[in-house]
Design a protein around this ligand. Sequence first.
Ligand SMILES: Nc1ncnc2c1ncn2[C@@H]1O[C@H](COP(=O)(O)OP(=O)(O)O)[C@@H](O)[C@H]1O
Ligand SMILES: C=C(OP(=O)(O)O)C(=O)O
Ligand SMILES: [Ca+2]
Ligand SMILES: [Mn+2]
Length: 649
Amino acid sequence: MENRNGNAGKPGNGLTKIQTNGNEICHDDSSGSVKAQTIDELHSLQKKKSAPTTPSTGYQFGASFANLSEEDRQRQQLQSISASLASSARETGPKVVKGDPGKAHKHVHHHPVVPTISVSDSALKFTHVFYNLSPAELYEQAIKHEKGSFITSTGAMATLSGAKTGRAPRDKRVVRDETTEDDLWWGKGSPNIEMDEHTFMVNRERAVDYLNSLDKVFVNDQFLNWDPQNKIKVRIVSARAYHSLFMHNMCIRPTPEELEDFGSPDFTIYNAGQFPCNRYTHYMTSSTSIDLNLARREMVILGTQYAGEMKKGLFSVMHYLMPKRQILSLHSGCNMGKDGDVALFFGLSGTGKTTLSTDHNRYLIGDDEHCWSDNGVSNIEGGCYAKCIDLSREKEPDIWNAIKFGTVLENVVFDEHTREVDYTDKSVTENTRAAYPIEYIPNARIPCVGPHPKNVILLACDAFGVLPPVSKLNLPQTMYHFISGYTALVAGTVDGIKEPTATFSACFGAAFIMMHPTKYAAMLADKMQKYGATGWLVNTGWSGGRYGVGSRIKLQYTRKIIDAIHSGTLLNANYKKTEVFGLEIPTEIEGVPSEILDPVNAWPDKDAHKETLLKLAGLFRDNFDVFTNYQIGKDNKLTQEIVSAGPIF
Ligand SMILES: Nc1ncnc2c1ncn2[C@@H]1O[C@H](COP(=O)(O)OP(=O)(O)O)[C@@H](O)[C@H]1O
Ligand SMILES: C=C(OP(=O)(O)O)C(=O)O
Ligand SMILES: [Ca+2]
Ligand SMILES: [Mn+2]
């Protein structure tokens, strides 16, 4: 036998015997020794105490906050959370303690936060609160404890929203009481399905009891609205790290200083989405209920884990609070050019608000929810919620690159081993989503505010293929299309259904408005007039035939159209008027084939075009019928003009 040195196994000539220092113990002297005597001590060296948002364990709670005022502040914070979690029927509030239930809390028992009046089982146990955790901490919680949560190849957190992969508008209820009775829009067409105060309290109790039965809950204290004068403090209590991370991304994140002075919230969400509502409860029609109580400033979620309910639920709240302050709330995206020209992008789901407001050549103010006040525009949110189905790096690079560490990826399918996401896969749902902080978009404008809009772009995804790719609107036309809120969605491709279905949703967001649509419309007309904004109708849907015959207008062309609106060149182009809808359409736009600008030219079958055009016009007319009796604003002349701005045939 030969060893590596070619020495045949001569005794004494082989490998050197390891020299030990007498007592036969082998030392690895390659580095200095750690300053720890035990493995626990070693681990304790790893983490430095940081911002107050970091959950303190019971041990740190007493020990590491040197001054009393910090301890007082912490106690106040816990008292406020305890009050949020209080049962309305039993004691004042559960014993809440910050930190991980998995870790020992040696000292907390000496600090009972709130004395209990009557003792119940839920009052005997501690509810551990994870307060404003960081994305990294939330990742760990999700991955350890929530089935279906994984890290993707780009660092995003993929998770499942459970049985519900979209919003449930038919399960959204609003408490009808003395105030909301007169203020809100009730009845036919309204999104506000009524419930009474008592039923709300039954559901609230159900949610609170569920949350208190858990070992731990997540609490987010954050803001809505970048306008400093109209900022709203929101608290979200939830059971899943996924929900906490989603809201961390979507709401405005407070600085540590802002969090210190947070106090009590203006609005609280109880998200007990994993737990169903009780169908024996009055008003309940399914096991899902999203309940809004404006007087109590609370929202309760039962029976759906779809995170968009929280985001859009708060949007509804803003649609009530802001107009009361003469501020218009808008379901729109918003961006700004280098010269400060602001554009709004209205449109229903899937029409392109997020895609088109995310523009590499412009500053992103926000993708979905804004306010327009006398000071200009402000984003309500601190993040974006992009659709990911068929997402491509080439067509939407900024959104693609935003899907990284910290981003929540809902209901996507990925490779088991490489963790690469397949954005074309619809196995879980077609409504796959990414929620990321707005600063993940490179040219986001922080703070997310801007001057008064110059252009108001109404987006419609017309699957009938008869609306022009772009039309310039006068004010009555803008109002007519704003109130109509048209888009057409293609039916599920799986069923092979060829018929597109028209959707009309007042103010491009009927599911979220709380007052009558004409109230918002009047405010928009007023502001557009006052600040001289131009209205545009952009069809991001079909061309050359309806769905099944023609094809969707290329994103590349739509972007060129939008560029021409922003630059001002389209304002001064040559126009002609279309029949039926009476829309002003340009004859030429740089980078867009002229033959698609007038839809009829792109349709090979002219008779089919005319038939489809009249069909859509009829649907517009039927839909607008209910609005013809309402006056818009103080000006009856404008109302007349708006009614006449619809299709004529
Ligand atoms: N011409 C087009 N204009 C805008 N979006 C388009 C176009 N063609 C395809 N799309 C796709 O349509 C979807 C628009 O969705 P999104 O921007 O999320 O809508 P919203 O934010 O209004 O709900 C995106 O997936 C986008 O890639
Ligand atoms: C979050 C939503 O909005 P959008 O589709 O407009 O992005 C939603 O409708 O659930
Ligand atoms: Ca939206
Ligand atoms: Mn969107």
